[in-house]
Design a protein. Structure first.
Length: 202
């Protein structure tokens, strides 16, 4: 299942011969919708606009799917392009190649880092942002896989990362992504992740 933002994105993907596509039509994905998507398909690929706002929205949607027990992947489109633009200019084959190669949410965010994972204060902030993504997962196996990816990329020990999860309290005390009780902390979280030496704007 491919999740896109707009009506024209939906129409273009469907017209290209891939009918398993759903559009949010400009609204934030809810956990109920994420659970519905999981009932329709095991694999969900988020493909939002290739700009900063689209990147943020895609990660937020992925976290909502993680909270619903899924393991989504995220397509990274070229800057300034949406699925409609990409298919129109580069063809359905090129688009589906991006879909097939799309990484999970942690891998997607790591791909945004230029010059490798930052160190020092910047590395701590980047790791904390990635651990927000990890902690949103409700499936233990999915969380384990995401945690392994953060450990391998960041260089932080498993013990340190697990202690961060334990003491951050996110998984127990804060509303899950996509729930009605969830306050919009997206901008605060992203602002904290904008760090010198490596911008993790996801």
């Amino acid at each position: 299942m491919i999740l896109v933002e707009g009506y024209f994105d939906h129409a273009r993907v469907a017209a290209g011969g891939f009918p398993a596509v759903v559009a949010t039509c400009g609204t934030a994905l809810t956990e109920l919708q994420a659970r519905t998507l999981r009932g329709m398909a095991e694999d969900t690929v988020v493909c939002y606009d290739g700009d900063q706002a689209g990147t943020r929205a895609a990660v937020k949607a992925a976290m909502t799917i993680l909270a619903a027990g899924g393991f989504p992947r995220i397509v990274r489109l070229p800057e300034g392009m949406d699925p409609d633009d990409h298919i129109a200019s580069r063809g359905m084959g090129s688009f589906m190649d991006l879909v097939e190669k799309a990484p999970g949410p942690v891998g997607f965010c790591l791909d945004l880092l230029e010059g490798g994972f930052p160190r020092g204060v910047a590395g701590v902030r980047a790791a904390k942002r990635l651990m927000e993504i990890v902690s949103s997962g409700s499936d233990p196996l999915v969380r384990e896989q995401l945690l392994l990816e953060v450990e391998a990329a960041s260089g932080f020990s498993r013990a340190a990362l697990e202690n961060h999860l334990k003491y951050s309290g996110r998984q127990d005390d804060r509303p899950r992504p996509g729930s009605r009780e969830e306050p919009d902390r997206t901008d605060d979280a992203l602002a904290a992740a904008l760090v010198a030496g490596g911008s993790l704007d996801c």
